[in-house]
Design a protein around this ligand. Sequence first.
Ligand code: BES
Ligand code: ZN
Ligand code: MN
Length: 503
Amino acid sequence: MSRTGSLITPSFEWVSDLPLTVTDDAGVAATAVGVPVASSGPVPERLGVGRDALSAAGFTGAVGTTAIIPSDSGPVLVALGTGEPAAFGTDAARLAAAGFARATRSHGSLALAVDDLLGDDAATGVQAVIEGLLLARYSFDVMRNARPSTPLTGIELVTGGDAASLEGGIARGRVYARATLLARDLANCPHNFLSASDMADVAVGLAGDPLTVEVFDKDALVEMGCGGLLGVNAGSAEPPRMVKLTYTPDGEPTGHLALVGKGIMYDSGGIALKPGDTSHSQMKNDMSGAAAVLASMTTLAELGCRAKVTGYLMCTDNMPSGTATALGDVVTIRGGTTVEVVNTDAEGRLVMSDALVLATEDGADTIVDIATLTGACLRALGTQVAGVMGNDQGVVDQLRSAAEATGESLWQLPLEQRYRSELDTPVADLKNLGGANAGAITAGLFLAEFVGETPWAHVDIAGTAQADGDSGVNTPGCTGFGARLLAHFALDFAPGAERSNDV
Ligand code: BES
Ligand code: ZN
Ligand code: MN
C-alpha cells in the first residue's frame, strides 16, 4: 500500500533547490515585484501610486493584505501591507511575505523589496520573509492528476543594504520552511499511503550522521513492555513502529532534550468508533506531532544544534476489530503503570506515555511532547493557538518564547492538580479519561504521571494541526505546526536556562 517515497520528495526537493538570490536591483527575471507599505507614513516611490490611490482601491496597509498595481509593461507591482509601523515585527514580515506569495499565485518568479521588512535584526527578518514566501505557496496536490499550482522558480530579494548580512537568515528560513513543509506532507498524506512502517521508512530515509534512527517493531515493543502503543495497535492490521531518532552534536552536548510525538496514522476511535462525519477524514493528521518531531530534527545538523536531542515517534493507527482493545481493558505502560482504557478514542495519551517513560530512562534533562491530543483543546483555543502545559515553568517559558519567534502561537493551560482525581479508578493505577470538562488539562495530568521529576512540557496541537483555508502562512489542510517551534526550542536549548531565546 505504500507509495511514500514518491509523495515526500516534491516539497522537500523544491525548497532545497529553489534559487533565493539577493540583488540591489528589481531583478529582470521576476514577473511580480512586492513592495511593503505600512498603514501610515510615506508610500515607496517605486510603486508609482500614492496613498490616496491605494486607499481608493481598498488597500489599508493592514498586515498581510495586498493590492495589485497593473502595468502595461514590466513586472506586476504588488503593495504589501505591513501594518502600523509601531507594531511592526518579525511576525508582520512573515505575514506580509505570505500575502505576497498568495497574491501572486500564478507567478513563478518573484522579487521582493525586503528593506522595510527586516526590522532591527536583518537575519531574523529575512528568515521570516523566506518562511512566509515558501509556506504560503504550499499545496498538497501530488495526488491530483491536474496540478493546479504554479511552482515557484526563483525569488529575488531586493536590498539597498549589505547582501552578505542576509545570507545566514535566508539559509535558516529555507531550512525552517523545508521542515514545516515536510511535516505538512506527512500529515496530509492519507492513511492508505502512509502506514506506521512507512513513517519509519521516511525517518530512515531522512537520517544520516549525525542523525541516527532506530526502528522498533512489534516484537521489540513487546520485549520493552510498551503496552500503551501495543494496546492501541491491537485492533490494527498494520503493525506498530516506534522510531527513535538521535541527534549527536559536535563536541560536548550542552544538554539532552527528548522530543515525543503522537503518531496515530489514523484515529478511527477504535472500538469507541467515531461517527461517520466527514470531519473525521481529518484524523489522518493524528500523527502531526510525530511529523513535527521528525521534521524539526532534520534541521539540527544544518543549523548547528549544540544539545543532544532524542526523538520518539509513537506510530500506529487506532482501529476497531475483533482483536482491538475493548472498553474496560487494562494495559500496562512501560515501567509498570496500569491503565484502565475506559475510552479507546483517548488513545494518544496511551502511546505517548510509553515514550515519556523511555525518555526519563534515557536520562533526558528535559522532555517536550507534542500531540493532536484533545478535541477539548481545539474547543478552548481554536485553530490558531496551541495549548502548552508542564511541570516546569522554565520549560514552558522557553517554548512560549520559541513560539513568539516562529509565529506559532501557544497559550499556557494550568496543570491543575485538583482535577487529578478524575483519573482515579478502582480497577487500575489510572484510567485514560477524566470527566466531561477540562479535557485538555486532564490529558496533560495523565501524561504528567509518566515523566517523574524530569522537567517537561506538553504541546496540544489538536486545533492548530489543520487549517480550513488560507490564513497567515497556512494553506488549506495540514499546517506542519510545531516543526519550527521544536527546531527553535532545540537550537536554543540549555537545561535550566531562563528564557535564553527571548525575542
Ligand atoms: N485525535 C483526537 C483529538 C482531536 C480531536 C484532534 C479533534 C483533532 C481534532 C483524540 O485522539 C481524540 O479522539 N480525543 C477525543 C477523546 C474523547 C472522545 C474521549 C476528544 O478529545 O474528543
Ligand atoms: Zn487521536
Ligand atoms: Mn482518539
